[in-house]
Design a protein around this ligand. Structure first.
Ligand code: SF4
Length: 498
């Protein structure tokens, strides 16, 4: 879809226009000088010290014309970046309205294209805005549907119920441990996940680096008397290493990290059922790991094959029962809406199977086409459901979780997500993943150690965020882990010195 944009010279507005366009059409191309195009959008921006007023016209190939406008008061003392943000939002508002009118498609998330809508909800709440005014703001300024605003409200309330001190946890940190190995690579995957077979040598050296990082970061936290709120082992699949390697790693964690007994939650993703064994579950129990994930993604065998997961549906169920029988009482399971070849029937079947297991939490993802995945690069090979079907599946997930006693406790959105929907974590009472809340709401520093681990440093007072990423591939990590550890410690020194 090529759209000719008139009246917008400032390049800083091009990105929001592209993002809004992509909500409606597969690939939007904007052109700013007249060329072959399907739609023409013209904008008139009038701005003075206290107000911005934008009018937009949309002209279609068959000569139909749509018009929209929006006026926004911007106080004189709002300047610089914040002023620009407000003008951008006003432009997005007008453009979204035009495209909604033209396509008849309603965007339930309005002009919000960011990945963390609830973070904005928390920010407004922390600034003292009332629930009614937050609702009004999202509805009138961002064009969100009541349904999505109420979802955010429910999530924010739930988060504050399970972490009542959420607003004051910026003096603590959480830790993410990245283990970049998997038995095979799934087709939609963009995580650092290297096939483990035949790479034992590199696994050993990787773990050497990881132990080092754990020790050094732990030492620093002890010295500064900084508490750890949660720990999360992800990857890859952290249970793809051997039981012995897991044992040594958790022993290192227990020795290095301050006050293991006070950490509120330790999660190990055991995502791929084909990595779970009795020995490994014994180790998880030995080190009192609170929560694990066993991820079916789908209960339809043909789907698992199509996406490159070399395990059976039965194995997922069997490993779930094994973990349960060995005392694991907080198990998360992930489902994905919109996997290739799946429609409402297959998804309903997955929900029905989930009902037999009743995991403590169920995370419902909507498939997203990430640029680097095998699936996106060979998009023509994969048949995915229509936007309407995706929405129906999401609606079924919402009613199923409600009927089975689950409450939504976190959500995030991604670019290129099917149907412009969201990923939502649901949990039974008191079984919510605290780490997922911490990572999503960005209320405290998350130190990432291991391969592909991204650290997010949140300033305890200003909440300004600094990012730092460890390399994704084991070789670069093995070559430089000391350097990456030192870099993080110096950022932490700076952050926590004041
Ligand atoms: S199990 Fe997860 S990390 Fe591993 S390849 Fe599949 S999607 Fe990627």
């Amino acid at each position: 879809m090529k759209i000719y944009i008139k009246g917008i010279e400032d390049e800083r507005f091009h990105r929001p226009l592209t993002l809004i366009g992509n909500l409606f059409f597969e690939e939007t191309e904007l052109c700013f000088i007249e060329d072959d195009h399907t739609l023409e959008a013209e904008f008139f921006i009038q701005e003075d010290d206290e107000c911005v007023s934008i009018t937009g016209n949309l002209l279609t190939e068959d000569g139909k014309r749509y018009e929209a406008n929006k006026e926004k008061q911007i106080p004189v003392n709002v300047e610089g970046k914040e002023r620009l943000r407000q003008v951008k939002n006003t432009l997005s508002f007008v453009y979204l309205t035009l495209l909604q009118d033209y396509t008849g498609m309603i965007q339930k998330w309005g002009i919000l294209t960011g990945i963390r809508p609830t973070k904005l909800y928390h920010k407004k709440r922390q600034e003292g805005m009332s629930t009614e005014n937050i609702h009004k703001m999202f509805k009138e300024e961002y064009l969100l549907s009541d349904e999505k605003i109420n979802l955010m409200k429910q999530i924010v309330e739930r988060q504050l119920e399970v972490i009542p001190d959420l607003d004051s946890l910026s003096n603590e940190v959480s830790i993410y441990v990245g283990i970049p190995f998997c038995p095979t690579k799934c087709a939609y995957c963009t995580f650092p996940a290297y096939a483990i077979n035949g790479r034992q040598g590199s696994v050993t050296s990787f773990l050497g680096g990881l132990h080092y990082e754990m020790r050094e970061i732990g030492r620093w936290l002890k010295e500064k008397n900084i508490k750890i709120t949660t720990v999360y082992y992800g990857g890859g699949t952290p249970t793809s290493i051997t039981a012995e390697e897991m044992d040594m790693l958790y022993e290192e964690m227990a020795e290095s990290f301050p006050h293991l007994e006070n950490i509120r939650e330790i999660t190990v993703e055991a995502g791929r059922p084909d990595t779970i064994t009795k020995e490994k579950l014994d180790i998880l129990n030995k080190w009192k790991i609170d929560r694990i994930s066993i991820n079916p993604q789908s209960y339809t065998q043909a789907t698992l094959k199509a996406i490159g997961r070399h395990h059976t549906v039965e194995e997922t169920i069997e490993k779930f029962h094994l973990a349960r029988s060995m005392g694991m009482n907080n198990i998360n399971m992930d489902l994905i809406i919109g996997l290739p070849g799946e429609g409402v029937d297959e998804f309903d079947y997955s929900l029905a199977e989930s009902a037999k297991l009743m995991p403590e939490s169920l995370t419902v993802h909507t498939l997203s086409f990430k640029r680097a995945s095998e699936m996106t690069q060979n998009k023509h090979k994969y048949k995915v459901a229509s936007r309407e079907e995706i929405t129906t599946m999401m609606d079924h997930a919402v009613s199923w979780t409600k009927d089975h006693g689950y409450t939504p406790y976190y959500l995030y959105r991604q670019k290129n997500i099917l149907g412009n929907l969201e990923n939502v974590g649901y949990a039974l009472k008191g079984q919510d993943s605290l780490y997922n809340i911490m990572i999503m709401e960005e209320q405290q520093t998350i130190i990432g150690i291991g391969c592909g681990a991204a650290s997010k440093f949140v300033h305890p007072v200003t909440r300004k965020i600094t990012h730092f990423a460890n390399p994704k591939d084991p070789k670069s990590y093995n070559d430089g882990f000391e350097h990456y550890t030192n870099e993080k410690i110096s950022i932490l020194e700076e952050l926590f010195s004041k």
